[in-house]
Design a binder for this molecule. Sequence first.
Ligand code: XUL
Ligand code: CO
Length: 436
Amino acid sequence: MYLKNGKVEFKGKESRDPFSFRYYDKNRVINGRTMGEQLRFAMSWWHTVNASGTDMFGGDTMDKTFGLSGMEKYRAKADFAFELMQKLGIDYYCFHDVDVAPEGATLAESVKNLEEMTDYLLEKQKQTGIRPLWVTANMFGDKKFMAGAATSPEADVFAVAAGKVKAGIDAAVKLGAKAYVFWGGREGYDTLLNTDMALELDNLGRFMKMARDYGRSHGFDGDFYIEPKPKEPTKHQYDFDAATCANFIRVNGLEKDFRLNIEANHATLAGHTFQHELRVAAVNGLFGSIDANQGDPLLGWDTDQFPTNVYDTTLCMYEVIKAGGFTNGGLNFDAKARRQSDTLDDTVLSYIAGMDAFALGLIKAYQIIEDGRIEDFIKQRYASYESGIGRRIVEGKETLETLAAYAADLKDPAPVSGRQEYLEAVLNDILFSGNV
Ligand code: XUL
Ligand code: CO
């Protein structure tokens, strides 16, 4: 098995060794910063260490129990996770509370298990320098959360959820995580016949404010992220997409502390491109982090596949560069090897595929900028706002009356061609020719 045989090395694009990187050269400097710093890859604990190939029609195809049970099993999983990250040269990991420690019969027991396991993780972090990118709490798996957590109709469920988030923020501080994630889970509804939407939304806002206030008064100085998703598990999720979340964040006055964690497969489920969601986050000043994966356009659900589409990774990294790069965020592979990719070698090969696709995307994104044809076209397209009447509009110096007077005698003004096909050909040119 590959895991026994050393690290995955960069061997260049001519390499035919499947256990090598062809594009990801962690220490290569591009535009003043290393690939490693710019991509900030993270391992998702739930898919990598726990998911075992189960689908709606069949059970596990992989055994990730290491033949153990109880806390021993969780320690073995942690050993596996850190070994894998070291082999791949990944410096960050992301986890839900229940990924790393077993749930107890009560909140207090679960928190005790989590504290015991985070002691263990802290030791492993000290040995390796690896640390969490972000932490979250699973508030969707257990039956008590079947109608939501912060949006549950039961106040006791709201209280248990609050306790889990408190423990999660404590874990983030203890392990040095710079971000805490809220993915909606079951924060949404299936039918208005049984739902008080106004109360649920207010409660969700109250919950986030409690989390912020606790975090800020207990040493958490990182980002809070909301991860948009339009549906699944509930029919209507309250965190539908980036624009919906931006509105929620502003309505609740959370914009100083909260940003967005954009997931590729969630974007496409919302009927958007991944690039669109990243741009919406950025123009609202809310770009934070990324869950890197891809869906299958012929399947209508969240397949969480490893990202291998270089067209998408390029446009993603273009958005990241334009947004100023990651600060506390990074690229978390919220992705799992397919049910038929059932060996540990497949897990390693999946990460190599995803990391190489993003490394190539980073290289190509800088080439788009250097090439200049696309950016120059956009600049030219909006040139009328740089002088004359356009400039006065942008500067807020015009009114409806002054513009009506200005436009009264204009002869049928029309915009110039958008040149979409030409620009798509330019993108192909950059992707499929030139150096890497
Ligand atoms: C679910 C999803 C989650 C979050 C963390 O679709 O993306 O794994 O990233 O709860
Ligand atoms: Co995700």
